[in-house]
Design a protein around this ligand. Structure first.
Ligand code: ADP
Ligand code: 5GP
Length: 194
């Protein structure tokens, strides 16, 4: 029997390290695919369309909502973000494991549709460290940074929605914990279905 792929979700506050961890995980699991999200946000320096996000206009995004193009979508910090339904269904049915990096609203929608998905919350070691990392990244300043920190407090209260929590303190340790966790699911899935 051919197995359907496992669906892993990384979620957590802005600046908690989802992008950094995701890149490390994809290096370690070459057969896993990352679902590149669609967004109306402007690209940051060094971001490439098609690799980091597919950057589209608000009109195109809203057309996608009407035509059911997004398996989940949400408005985050004033921009729209969504996951392609066609991509996700195709890759999972081919037996590929898929990694999503989406917010809490999106995780809730995916959990309703894919009961067996594996949502993982990436937790910063503290709010002070989160602030330092966001400041160092330099992508947000002033009110925008404060808003992300406020939202982080709220997001942390939703943690019970997740199957696993990985604290991203020392990067190597977080990568190793996440790698073991993912490997465990992949081995179990393989044994069950082959
Ligand atoms: P997110 O994708 O969750 O918004 P990023 O992966 O962009 O977060 O990480 C935010 C910032 O923190 C980046 O500048 C990144 O290099 C840095 N960072 C991520 N993880 C760690 C870590 N464990 N230790 C120190 N800095 C980190
Ligand atoms: P950023 O703009 O900092 O890259 O991402 C902002 C937030 O949007 C993060 O919490 C990220 O996980 C979330 N996000 C990215 N892509 C998607 C998506 O396709 N759907 C949803 N719901 N959230 C997303």
């Amino acid at each position: 029997m051919k197995r359907s792929g496992c669906l892993f979700i990384l979620s957590g506050p802005s600046g908690s390290g989802k992008t950094t961890l995701r890149q490390e995980i994809l290096k370690r699991f070459p057969n896993m695919v990352y679902s590149v999200s669609y967004t109306t946000r402007k690209p940051r320096e060094k971001e490439q369309s098609g690799r980091d996000y597919c950057f589209i206009t608000e009109v195109a995004f809203k057309t996608g909502i009407e035509s059911g193009e997004w398996i989940e979508w949400a408005q985050v910090y004033g921009n729209y973000y969504g996951t392609s339904a066609v991509f996700l269904d195709r890759e999972l049915s081919r037996g590929r494991d898929v990694l999503l990096d989406i917010d809490i609203q999106g995780t809730r929608q995916i959990l309703r549709k894919f009961k067996e998905c594996i949502p993982i919350f990436i937790m910063p070691p503290s709010l002070d460290v989160l602030r330092e990392r966001l400041e160092k990244r330099g992508s947000e300043i002033g009110a925008s940074l404060e808003r992300r920190l406020d939202d982080a407090r709220t997001e942390i209260t939703q943690i019970q929605m997740y199957r696993h929590v990985v604290i991203n303190d020392r990067l190597e340790e977080a990568v190793s914990e996440l790698t073991d966790l993912i490997q465990g699911y992949r081995t179990r899935c393989k044994n069950l279905c082959l």
